[in-house]
Write a protein that binds this ligand. Structure first.
Ligand SMILES: NC(=O)c1ccc[n+]([C@@H]2O[C@H](COP(=O)([O-])OP(=O)(O)OC[C@H]3O[C@@H](n4cnc5c(N)ncnc54)[C@H](OP(=O)(O)O)[C@@H]3O)[C@@H](O)[C@H]2O)c1
Length: 179
């Protein structure tokens, strides 16, 4: 059974990027060997979902390197973003029903494996509100940012499943509580 999992790194005060979409603070922290659990999850995921800003960050970060993922990557956007070599599927969802329909297509494309929600926080909160997000996994970097792109842009009730340390990061895995 495919789970939809928001697996991300965050600052202690709940931001996944600075206002200007920098992740320098994240790469300044040392994940050590133990972040392997996150890498295993990413390798095993059958499909990815990404907002436009997150996709643009990956393009900037990867430069001219080939697209780093094999599984289908669904990019939510209203714009005509650059397309790179790889299984990139642009889509938009402006109503709850459109988001439900899109999520069903994403899950189908994952062929029984998990769906990795890469970012961002608005999509995660919307999926949770609709009962379509199963887990949130956070690697908390030892830094506060004060402002930036929110981890979750809305209330989401969670139940902790696991906590562990990975180098400089405090990590936690939560189940989303459905109301
Ligand atoms: N710390 C980490 O591990 C981590 C992980 C992932 C991402 N990040 C970073 O966090 C930041 C996230 O940026 P963000 O908060 O702006 O979130 P985002 O979800 O990456 O991008 C938001 C944009 O996605 C598009 N979008 C979102 N929902 C949509 C929908 N339902 N239908 C159509 N388009 C939709 C819209 O763009 P348009 O309407 O303009 O197309 C929206 O402005 C980025 O800088 C990213 O690099 C960090």
């Amino acid at each position: 059974m495919s789970r939809t999992v928001y697996n991300t790194a965050t600052s202690l005060d709940g931001f996944i990027a600075t206002e200007d979409h920098s992740l320098d603070w994240l790469f300044a922290a040392d994940g050590g060997e133990a972040l392997g659990e996150t890498e295993d999850f990413i390798r095993g995921a059958g499909a990815m979902v990404s907002g436009a800003s997150t996709y643009e960050w990956i393009l900037r970060h990867e430069g001219d390197k080939p697209w780093p993922y094999e599984s289908p990557c669904w990019v939510l956007t209203h714009r005509d973003l650059p397309r790179v070599e790889g299984d990139i599927r642009f889509a938009s969802a402006d109503t709850d029903q459109e988001l439900r329909d899109l999520h069903a297509r994403v899950v189908e494309s994952a062929r029984g494996r998990d769906v990795w929600l890469v970012g961002g926080g608005r999509i995660a909160a919307d999926l949770a509100r609709l009962g379509l997000l199963d887990e949130v996994v956070v690697s908390i970097a030892p830094v506060t940012l004060g402002s930036g792109a929110p981890l979750l842009a809305g209330r989401v009730d969670l139940r902790v499943l696991d906590v562990y340390r990975a180098g400089d990061f405090a990590c936690a895995r939560y189940e989303v509580v459905r109301s």
